[in-house]
Ligand binder design. Sequence first.
Ligand code: GLN
Length: 204
Amino acid sequence: MKVGVVALQGDVEEHAEAFRKAAAELGIAVEVLEVKKPRQLEDVKALALTGGESTTIGILAKRAGLIEPLRKAAEGGLPTLGTCAGAVLLAKEVRDAVVGETGQPTIGVMDIAVVRNAFGRQRESFEAELEVEGFGKIRAVFIRAPAVVKAWGSAKPLAPVRHASLGLIYTAAVEGNILATAFHPELTTTAFHRRVLEMALGKA
Ligand code: GLN
């Protein structure tokens, strides 16, 4: 089975490795494609959007003509995981904790609102043990992470956390075939990649 990692910027290799490990655990073989062009999306049965810098990824995706094909693929049921910057790109509403409106290009397929860079200076990077409903206990790495501040429609917010100024926020969300995490599961666990592979196999 071919799976894709959108390879414009960010931690592409970590996602590729997480897909390979998750596939090995499931006893299946995957070939990981680095997706840079729209037509490569036609071949893949599951997709990951990397962590990195969502503005950069959005601008590069727009330049590559990938925004609309990515939106269509996710809306058409392609099992899709977006982590950190990837989660920002999937959200329908985005603002930045410091600059507010960003006007950045996004894919915008999940009924969630995110605040970019929601965790202030001294906590720009941190790790926490999180209980994520349906995924168990996860060692979660947050790097200049966004917060999910609202979910509506069929999006289900997961892993609530109390945030010093934003109040109750969420660190992950799921909406049908689309999964978003504010943290970087690709660095610590195969659970999320396994889930999109299982969706692709029709088992989740
Ligand atoms: N702060 C970044 C953004 O909003 C995300 C950081 C990350 O992916 N680790 O794009």
